[in-house]
Design a protein around this ligand. Sequence first.
Ligand code: BGC
Length: 733
Amino acid sequence: MNESELRRLLADLSLEEKIGQMIQLPGYFQNAGNITGPANDMGFTQDDLRFAGSYLSIIGAEKLRQMQTEFMAQHPHHIPLLFMADIINGYRTVFPIPLAQACTFDPDLIEKSAVVAAREAAVSGLHVTFSPMADLVRDARWGRVMESAGEDPFLNGQVAAAMVRGYQGHDLREPGKIAACLKHFAGYGAPDGGRDYNTVELSERTLREDYLPAYQAAVRAGCELVMTSFNTLNRIPSAANEWLLREVLRREMGFEGMVISDWNALQELLAHGIAENPSEAAFVALRAGVDMDMVSPIYAKNLKELAEKGRIPMAWIDESVWHILRLKNRLGLFEHTFKDADEAAEKTVHLSEAHRRMARTCAEQSFVLLRNDEQLLPIRGDDSVFIGPYAESPLLNGAWSIFADDQDTVSLKAALRSRPKTHEVPVVPGCAMADPEHPVIGFQHPLPPEELDTEAALEEAVRLAKQAEKVILCLGEHRECSGEAASRGDLSLPRCQLRLLDTVAAVNPNIIVVLFTGRPLDIRPVSEKAKAILLCWLPGTEGGEAVLRTLLGENNPGGKLSMSFPYCTGQVPVYYNHLNTGRPWNAGILDGRFGSKYQDIPNEPLYPFGYGLSYTTFACSPVTLSGKRMTRSTSISATVSVTNTGSRTGTQTVQLYIRDLSGSVARPVRELKGFRRVTLEPGQCTPVTFTITEEMLRFVGLSMDTASECGDFDVFIGFDSRTDNRARFTLTE
Ligand code: BGC
C-alpha cells in the first residue's frame, strides 16, 4: 500500500477497530505459546479477541497461516495480524547467549547469527522479534545479564546495531527478514541490588552517557520497534514516562517506529502507584506514547470510554494506530499476508547444516580462555577424563531458547562419542547441577529434583581422576539460573560442584575447568584450583562440538570478556570504565586506610573487561601517534604493531581506550572507543591503526549537551581493559 492508501484505511476504521490494533494478546489465548510473565485472568472478552491486531509467542507456519486467514476473513477491513516472539539468540538453531556473542567482538558474525535467527523465525510465520536487548549491565546478580552485551556502552551499541541489521536487512519485505524490537527502554539493566524489576536510580547524566548510546545505535540502525522497560526512571515507570518516550526517544533520538509496552506493564502502573485505576493507567500510557499494550487489558478495557468522553483526543489514538499500520505495511503484510510462513521451508531451513555451522563458529569465537598454566590446553583427548554435570548435559541453550528442542543440541558427551579418538574417554557427572536446597525454577515451574546417588557419583569421579593425566571439569550454573526473574544474591557455584572441584583437585593437579554460565560468577575457588579455565557461557545447539574442538585445539579461542568477572559477589557492581574518585587507590601508591578501597578484597575484578587468552601469545608495540595535537576538524592516528609470538595461528582483539584527563564533569578512567580483530600466523606481525576523531572525545557536559572539551587525553591500546600501553595527545580549538 502506498502512504495515502494507508492513511485512508486509518481514517476508515471504527474506534473499536483502532483500539484493536493497539492490543497484543498472549498466545495462550489461542491455546498455544509460552508465558513469560504472570498469567492473570485478564478479563478479555470475545469482542476484544475479535479485533486484537497482534499476538505474541505463537509460532508455526501452519498455525499462524490459519489464524491469519480466519482473523482477516472476519475483520471488517481485513487488516492482517502481527505475530511477535522472543527470538533472542536463535530460534530452532540456537546461538550462544548474547553476552557470549558480545565476547566475539565481531559485529559481522553477530549480524550473521541474527540473519539465521530471522530466517528460521520468518518461515515459522513470525514478523517481529523482541530483540536486541541493549540494556547496559554492570551488576552480574541481574539474571538478564545473559541477554545483554555486558558492561560497555560502545560494545553494546555495536552488538545491538549488528543484530538489527541482521534481522531486518535493507527491506522488511524481503524473504527471511523480520522487524527488530529494541528493549527495554530505558535503564532496565540497572535495577537496585541486581534484583529484576526493581527500582532504577540513575542520574540523567549517567543515563545519557552510559545507558542511552546502545539504544541510540540500534535506533540509528533503523530498528522498527521499541519496548518500554518495567522499571521506574526518576520514579516514573517507562510505560508512563512522557519525557522518556516523546522527548528523548522520539525527538532527540529520532525514533519514528512503534512503541510497545512490556508484558502486562500497563496493568503494573497500578502496582507502581502511578495510576489510581485502570482508566488512569490507559490515559498516562497513551499520553506517554505507548502504541501497543502487550497482554494487559488496560487499553482494551479503557480507551473507548476515554475517547468517547473526550478525555483523550482521537489524534493520540490515530498516531499510535498509524505507527502500527505502517509497520504492518513495511512488512508487506497487506499484500503478502502470510509473509514467509511456509511449512515446507520450516523443514529445510530449521537446523540446516549451514545454520548449525554458523552457530558452531559463533560459539567457538565466543569462548574466553581465562587461564592456561603450563599450556595444559589443548588436550590430546585420550589423555583426559570428563567430569561434571555439564560433561553430559544437553542443556546448553540460554533460558530464552523457548522455541528450541534440547534434543537438537549436541552435548559435550555426544561430541566426544562421535569421534574415534575420544569415543572411549570416560564421561561422568560427578555431582548434580544444583544444590537440593536451591531447586531450580524454570520458566513455568520448579524443575524436578535431579536423580543422582551423590556419594557414588563423587567416588567414581575421584577414581577416574586418579587414573587420568588431565581432568576436564565441566561446571557451571543451571541455564535457568540466569534469564528473566533469575537474579541471584550469591554468585558462587553450587556447593555440590565446589565439593567436586575440591575432591578431584586433591587427587589430580591437572584440572581444566570448562565453565558454563549465563553470567559472570565468583570463580575464586576455580581460579585457585584449576590450571586452565575455558569459559564457554551457554553456547547453544552446537555447544558440545564447539567445546570439544576448542579443547582439542582445532579451534584456538580468542574471545574477550564483555563483562568483568568480579572478585566476589560483594564487589559488584564492578566495571572498568568507572570514575577515578578523589582518593583513587592503587596498591602501593596511596597506602593506609583512607583510599577508596575495601578492607578485605581488592578493587580489581578477578578477570577484567576485554580480557581473554589464546593458545598462542601476542606482543604489542608501544603506541605511536601521528601527531600530538588535534583540533575539532582534524584527527590523529594511533598505531601499534601486533605480533604473534607463539607457535599457533590465533586471533587477537586489539582494543582502543581513551581517557579524558580533565573535564567540566568527572570522566571515567578509560572508555572503549574502538577494537580490531586480527588473525596472525606464528611470527606474523601487523600494524593496527585507529583514527581518533573529535567525536570519540565527546561526553555529556555540564549543560547536558554532548560535546568535547579541549585538553589532554591518554590513548591506550592493548589486549584488555587493563593495558598500560599509552600515549598522550591534546585537543585544541
Ligand atoms: C520480557 C520481555 C519479553 C516479553 C515478551 C517480558 O517478560 O521482559 O523482554 O520480550 O516478556 O515475552
